[in-house]
Each structure stands twice: as C-alpha cells, then as structure tokens.
Design a protein. Structure first.
Length: 354
C-alpha cells in the first residue's frame, strides 16, 4: 500500500531503518516482513517492538526531586515545613530528596503515544492488543498532553540512546500526524513535507555511509571562498552552507542536495523549470568548494518523485563543473531505489570498492 504522497509504506520503514540503524537488528525483522495498510499501523508495530525491547533492558530512570514527611531524616531537612509538622505534635521531619524514578519525560512521551495509538482508527486490532500489553508497565508514569511536551528538553547520552529512534517516531506521530475526527477518534494524516524531507535527507546520507564507505559520506559544510582578510564580526553575516550529503573519493567530490516537495518543478509563463533557489544553492555550494577551478566538484539536486508528469533528469556543465538534477522514485520496490542511488555513485565516481 502507498501513502497519499505516493510512497510505499514499506519503503518508509526501510528509510527509517537507515536513519535509525537500530531497526536493522533482528528484533525488528518481523516488522520488515509485514505489509501495512496504513502508516499508523506501521508506526504502532515499530513502537510495540521497540518498547518491548526497552522493557527487557529496563525503562530509563532519572533523579526527580520529592518532598515527604518522614519519621527519619532523608536528604535535606525542610525546616519551615518541619516546624509546622512539630506544631501538630507529630514526631516527623519534612524532607526533600532526589529519587531515581521512571516517571520522566522520556517514558511519559512513550505512554502518551501508546494511548494515542490505541485510539487511532488506522491501527489494526491485533496491533492494539500488543500495545495494551505494554501499558501496565507505565502505570506509575504520568501522561502529558501532546501539546505540552517540551521536546527541546530531550537529550541522548550513553544511558538512554536507545530512546532516540522511539522518541523521534513519537514526534512524527504526536507533532505532525494526529488529527481528531468528528467522532472523537484519532487518525494519522500523512507526513508533513518538512518531516518527510528530513527523513529523506537522512536516509540518503546513511545509505551512502553504509554501502559506499569509500566515498566518506558526511553532511559537511562548504566554506565561503573569500579573498583577503575579513573581520570575524562581519563573517557572521554570511549564511552557513550546510550540505545534505557530501561524497568524496580522492580529488573528486559530489554534493547532493535532497529535495522533497509536493511540486518538483516551478512554473513561469507556462514553462516548467527547476526551482531557481535550488539551482542557485547547489551552484553556490559547488563553486565555493572548487576553489582551484579543477572541475572535480559536482552537484546534484535529488528530488523525490511526485505525481507530476515532468520529472527532472538533467546534467549541465556550468563553468567547468557538472551540476544537475535527478529524480528518485520512492514508489517502487526498495531494491530499485537503492539501485538508483548506486547508479549516481557509479556515474560520478566510476568503479570503486564498496
């Protein structure tokens, strides 16, 4: 089945598996083999496996501050409150202390997402049974409203890095995709273009990192080719040139800019052409990178194919550098998608060890 963006739902899973390599582990193999009618059901399947896996390892715990009236001193003494307790002739002390607890933001987001998916009409009954089995493990965990979640407070370290994929998925669901229907149920809409664009970029980068290590794929910045001395205070006015994918083999460089739009081409005076801003952007990247004018630096706009009749596939020699556009069709067998990416590498770098 496809989403309303014309992408096989199964291919969204494969793209996620490159963006978050934990999905390539054997725990998720059964998800990769399934067919899904709706994106919501796919996400529910991934979360069900991921949360079950996390429960086996133990939920992440953080220190939280608590205040209690106790018969023995624990932590710090809350003197004013202790005085009030003693006035009531209770032989107790008011204490404040830190305690390791699973009731933290990471697990709260998981619980909220589980509850939302259980009310989502796109999630199958069998999947909802799996999700309900997980809920008892979250009984002592708070359930924040999706609109009140402080996503910016999430930070991943060695002891909670397993949560990164799960919470990114939760963000897709809670931030972009949930809509309430007239009868009060929840329905998952399509990915927003912004969210899908980020997944598309990361998928292409990680694919080249895994399958073409000799190309040293990165998301490198291109430096402005400035002449002479410049004051640092003035340089800050220049925008950063952040590439999506930067491939290098010896002296050859290919800069890829991944584009996921509803409309691939722009129209002016009845004529379809590449988006001006996109072409100027990739041209600027290439020319500033090729400071010796060697012609060894190339640039390619990689558009995700839409339903539009015209799909760009062109290459130009602009001032000695190859610059163009290619369309990546995501609505086909995944092996054909990867063949397109392999073809780009071969076209610009020729035969090279993988």
């Amino acid at each position: 089945m496809t989403t309303d963006k014309g992408i096989f739902i199964q291919n969204i899973y494969y793209m996620l598996s490159y963006a978050f390599q934990v999905l390539q582990q054997k725990d998720y193999q059964s998800v990769a083999a399934e067919e899904f009618e709706h994106t919501g059901d796919l996400f529910a399947a991934i979360l069900a496996k991921g949360i079950a896996r996390q429960l086996k390892q133990g939920l992440h715990r953080d220190y939280i501050s608590r205040s209690e009236t106790l018969s023995v001193l624990r932590g710090k003494l809350d003197f004013p409150q202790t005085v009030r307790v003693r006035i009531q002739r209770k032989p107790q002390a008011a204490c404040t202390f830190d305690e390791l607890s699973p009731d933290n933001l990471y697990n709260q987001i998981l619980k909220t997402t589980l509850k939302m998916l259980l009310r989502n009409e796109d999630v199958s009954l069998a999947r909802k049974i799996e999700l309900r089995r997980l809920l008892p493990f979250f009984d002592d965990i708070s359930e924040p409203l999706p609109s009140r979640i402080p996503w910016h407070q999430l930070h991943y370290q060695r002891n909670n890095h397993n949560y990164e994929m799960l919470l990114n998925l939760c963000y897709f669901i809670l931030h972009d995709m949930l809509h309430t229907t007239e009868d009060g149920h929840y329905k998952l809409a399509a990915f927003s273009d912004e969210r899908m664009a980020k997944l598309y970029e990361r998928f292409i980068l990680e694919y080249y990192r895994q399958h073409h290590p000799s190309l040293k794929a990165s998301a490198a910045q291109v430096k402005w080719n400035l002449v002479g001395e410049h004051d640092a205070a003035i340089l800050r006015f220049l925008p950063a040139m952040q590439t999506d994918v930067f491939l290098r083999s010896n002296e050859k460089i290919l800069i890829l800019d991944a584009k996921y739009y509803g409309q691939t081409m722009q129209q002016q005076f009845g004529k379809e052409s590449l988006h001006s801003a996109n072409l100027y952007q990739i041209y600027t990247y290439v020319k500033n990178q090729d400071i010796t004018h060697s012609g060894n630096v190339s640039g390619l706009l990689v558009y995700a194919k839409t339903q539009a009749a015209v799909t760009p596939d062109c290459l130009f020699n602009l001032g000695g550098n190859l610059i163009g556009a290619r369309t990546l069709d995501l609505n086909q067998d995944f092996r054909q998608i990867t063949a397109q990416l392999d073809g780009i590498a071969q076209q610009f770098f020729g035969k090279h060890p993988l």
